[in-house]
Design a protein around this ligand. Structure first.
Ligand code: UDX
Length: 471
């Protein structure tokens, strides 16, 4: 049995994907700016290389390390192959992590006293228990989508799932407590559309979510004023839930105390020239378009979106990741391409937080990933939502139906609808006013005395009181 020294050492272990890295890295930055904690951040070797980090890099007091994800280098690690990544993390990474944690809890410099593990990887909790290191679970999705995941067994019992062939997808669902009458079948997490309830994706989110609530503490990147009611539902099943988000806003609120941001932790190279282009645009005129890090669309969908946006007449800044199209080249009909080039700007990857804060940006066509949603809420930019998978279907429903800060266009990709919705988003004062009011709620939550600020302080106290008791 060994005991740690006085200064806490937190090891942060995200699922190896951009959205997860971003939010967990904000947490690392907060620890560095507000505490004397030692912080180790564990990336997959694949991402460590893509980020251009040197082995054992030390940036702003965060120690970066890498662990294998168990997949060969040539594996695409894309949304349609995501189960390979989960399987290999469990089979190959888990035993290596066990040994790594044993070693770091005994002989780390200083020894690791607490792990903050991505709760979509419940093996981190399991190993913490085995090794005797307390684990705090961090689930990077919204409370509303986590609660929908948690409710899947009830949906199965109530025979809502599997969704029968030909079902009316606008039918409302009554067995998600606290969301009765709000969620339609189409708003359930994408995995719920599987015809077979033994589908590995559906099984995985159910199992990992049930493990999540067993954690001694669950961190969520959200805030009371946004998701208080849903947080209370989750609290009925969980020991301690700490809503400490939006983390990027909490970090921003630290002002000069916060360290300069890390050099970008983007897995793609940021094209900062788009900020100069935005400078040349009229205030409140540009539609920002991005579908996050995992979404894949077809060439037909690209064309429909492009016609819709071009026909709306609005200038746009559009992120087309090199792997946005599934095996197809992002080629547009010639005439459309010419019109689009004249009206907007395409980039492969943008500095999104800065873009959303740019005065030229008036709206965000988004896939409703949770980080993108929080970044838009914080910047007070209304959203047009076209969700792709997982939690995004639930988030987009809440954006329109509960928070009123945008429009939900899920499951429709038609040029006429896109044009109409873009106009509705940017020309109507309603969503813009609601988005500005929500940005104010965000600030209140992260400023001293706000709910997220206080919860974060309590989290720090929790971590200070933790001691590893290694076996
Ligand atoms: C997905 C899920 O939808 C998300 O809810 C879950 O928590 C993680 O996996 P992803 O597709 O990565 O996420 O979307 P999102 O959560 O929005 O994260 C994307 C991140 O990449 C955001 O922080 C965004 O700022 C950043 N980004 C995106 C850029 O920095 N530049 C870009 O051009 C596009």
């Amino acid at each position: 049995m060994g005991e740690s020294g006085a200064v806490p050492h937190v090891l942060i272990f995200p699922f190896p994907a951009q959205g997860h890295i971003n939010s967990m890295l904000k947490l690392a930055e907060l620890f560095v700016s507000l505490t004397n904690f030692h912080v180790t951040f564990l990336n997959s070797e694949h991402n460590h290389k893509r980020l251009g980090l040197r082995a054992d890099s030390l940036l702003e007091r965060v120690h970066f390390e890498a662990i294998t994800d168990g997949l060969p280098e040539c594996h695409p690690r894309s949304a349609d192959r995501i189960m390979d990544l989960f399987d290999s993390l469990k089979a190959r990474t888990k035993p290596i992590f066990r040994e790594m944690l044993r070693e770091k809890a005994k002989r780390g410099e200083p020894p690791v006293t607490c792990v903050i593990g991505d709760a979509i990887l419940s093996f981190i909790l399991e190993i913490g228990e085995e090794v005797g290191v307390p684990v705090i679970a961090f689930r990077t999705v919204s409370a509303c989508s986590l609660w929908a995941y948690f409710s899947i067994p009830w949906l199965i019992d109530a025979r809502v799932l599997p969704i029968p062939e030909g079902a009316d997808m606008d039918q409302t669902v009554t067995c998600v407590p606290g969301m009765e009458g709000l969620l339609r079948l189409r708003d359930l997490p994408s995995f719920c559309r599987e015809r077979d309830i033994s589908n590995p994706g559906l099984q995985l989110v159910q199992n990992e979510t049930r493990h999540t609530v067993k954690a001694r503490t669950l961190i969520l990147n959200t805030f009371e004023a946004l998701e208080g009611q849903t947080l209370n539902q989750i609290r009925k099943h969980c020991k301690t839930v700490r809503a400490i988000g939006p983390l990027h806003a909490l970090l921003r609120a630290q002002g000069p105390k916060a360290p300069p941001l890390f050099p970008s932790m983007s897995l793609w190279l940021e094209d900062r020239s788009c900020l100069t282009w935005l400078d040349s645009q009229a205030p409140g005129s540009v539609l920002y378009v991005s579908f996050g890090s995992y979404t894949v669309i077809s060439r037909r969908q690209l064309t429909e979106f492009c016609y819709g946006i071009v026909n709306s007449g609005k200038p746009f800044l559009w992120v087309i990741r090199p792997d946005l199209l599934d095996g197809e080249e992002a080629v547009l009909p010639e005439e459309l391409a010419l019109q689009a080039e004249a009206q907007g700007r395409f980039v492969k990857w943008a500095p999104q937080e800065e873009v959303l804060h740019h005065p030229a940006v008036v709206g965000f066509l988004t896939h409703s990933g949770w980080n993108s949603t929080l970044e838009s809420l914080e910047a007070g930019v209304p959203m047009l939502c076209w969700s792709f998978f997982a939690d995004q279907q639930v988030n987009s429903r809440f954006v329109e139906g509960v928070w009123g800060v945008g429009l939900d266009m899920k499951d429709v990709c038609d040029r006429v609808v896109v044009e109409h919705k873009v106009r509705e988003l940017v020309e109507n004062e309603g969503p813009r006013r609601a988005a500005r009011a929500m940005a104010e709620r965000v600030r209140e939550s992260v400023n001293p005395g706000g709910s997220s600020f206080m919860e974060f302080e309590e989290l720090i106290d929790d971590i200070r009181s933790m001691r590893a008791c290694t076996l």
